[in-house]
Ligand binder design. Sequence first.
Ligand code: BES
Ligand code: ZN
Length: 446
Amino acid sequence: MKRKMMILGLALSIIAGGVFIPSADGMANTVQAAPETAIAKDAGKIGKKFNENRAYQTIYHLSETIGPRVTGTAEEKKSGQFIAKQMKKSKLKVSTQTFSIPDRLEGILTVHGDEISSRPAAGSAPTAEEGLTAPLYDAGLGLPGDFTKEAKGKIAVILRGELTFYEKAKNAAEAGAAGVIIYNHIDGLVPLTPNLGGNKTDIPVVGIKKDDGEKLLSEQEATLKVKAFKNQTSQNVIGVRKPKGIKNPDIVYVTSHYDSVPDAPGANDNASGTSVVLELARIMKNIPADKEIRFITFGAEEIGLVGSRYYISHLSEQEIKRSAANFNLDMVATNWENASQLYINTPDGSANLVWQLSQTAAAKLGKDVLYLSQGGSSDHVPFNEAGIDSANFIWGEPGTGALEPWYHTPFDTIEHISKDRLKTAGQIAGTAIYDHIKKEKTSGLQ
Ligand code: BES
Ligand code: ZN
């Protein structure tokens, strides 16, 4: 897995009653901490209300009851409807923003009626509706010399390596093969996705896992279907709460994505973040606020931040000016033991409002788990590009930032969810947001 998070080493430390906040220019700022009792009362307010069992139920519903929520599918839409319903219960003004997504391919490979998990290459030709049933042909590494005239009309099974995926597919097509299956040369939990480097092929091309490829070599025949889905849509679900009596208030965004990659129930990535967004909306529904809060769950994140980019591109200049902060929650409940650090990833690695509020909140709650780091790969990026302070909350391994080994696999399930980490992330984000949006009481003496 390609995760690498830069380590910027801005650890939180408490110095003599003050909270040490490394500022953007690297100089240390010391903020005087509030007296103990005030800390407990204030942090307790949202921290105590956060109900991790309710959030867990949301994860259960999205990942187990609905299951994988691939961009553009009925499952993604069903999840969006479920989220909208929950938001309405939290007294939010809810809207669904629908947008088009690029054409999508789905691959289904079967042998004797049993499915072998596969991934179509972007640029692969689709098959006819009923699929392509043909004899298999062992084409080695897919070099021109690996094809005899026997390959004609067959599905070439090719091992990864030596040539590019496109060269292998091209050689197969030139030898008259009717389809191509490329199997990995290394073990992995998910099928290989052949990258054709922007090229297109006239025959279907899919990738599979190493062990599946090796087994396939002893089979005679397979059925390969590559289906193209055109003109599909995805949607963002937006729940807004405006403060009473304040004109043009600042806006705080609390966001997550709710789609998943194919075959992954996406319990941690990212039913977990979505469950925190919904739980925060619930517990904040009656809190007097002087800022506008927008709770947004994005679709189409997994195909390249498409939902959040669409959302940002439709904000007016005036809305962008009013936008103060984006708290993005993506992968906040893994039970992978090593992931004991809650990374606050800002796209450029620098301390911003989200980091400062989060750090203060963690100190109030007595949770020494936060770490500021540089990191993109989620919906906080388009906010940052629009000049809005943003950060992503994600549990990772201290020092390396590594994610759980089952990230983006069929094993991202409810069994791998930690209620404890879910609660800690929810409490820290909730307290940070609360501190910023709560209406300060006036003394009446002014
Ligand atoms: N949940 C991840 C976000 C993530 C991964 C954040 C690693 C920080 C570190 C997200 O759903 C994801 O998988 N993102 C893609 C990139 C995206 C632009 C398609 C990724 O990292 O491969
Ligand atoms: Zn993901």
